[in-house]
Design a protein. Structure first.
Length: 134
């Protein structure tokens, strides 16, 4: 079975908290973003997903943070191959589409919420470095 290719946003606000979302009917919190359509680049897919899920757009061109692999949070037995980007948002967040909940999460907190493996193992450690400005 092939990996699920996604693009995801690591969004860190001034106080160091990072934006996490939870999709309808799921338990795990994760980065905003999603699957790439066949003809999309990672940045194009991420822009589409941010518009659909959060009702806003990029404030600047996203900065690539790397490619990471982790077990999929919502598809048992599958892996995600994720390209993560540091993203600054333009406009107010207005959850839509399949997003049921959003939180500004302390990236040092690995226990208070159910976290997707990609979030726990890769995105939150990156968010901690972004918080420090490194």
């Amino acid at each position: 079975m092939s990996a699920i290719r996604i693009a995801a946003a690591v969004i860190v606000r001034a106080d160091g908290r990072t934006l996490l979302v939870r999709k309808v009917g799921t338990d795990a919190f994760m980065q905003a973003g999603g699957k790439l359509d066949a003809s999309e680049t990672s940045v194009e897919a991420l822009r589409r997903e941010i518009r659909e899920e959060l009702g806003c757009d990029f404030a600047a061109v996203p900065r690539a943070l790397g490619r990471f692999s982790a077990p999929a949070a919502n598809e048992a037995g599958r892996m995600v191959e994720a390209e993560l980007f540091a993203v600054d948002l333009a406009g107010e967040i207005s959850p839509a589409a399949e997003i049921e909940d959003t939180v500004w999460h302390d990236p040092d907190d690995l226990d208070s919420r159910i976290l997707a493996p990609l979030t726990r193992d890769h995105a939150l450690p990156i968010a901690r470095t972004l918080r420090r400005g490194t």
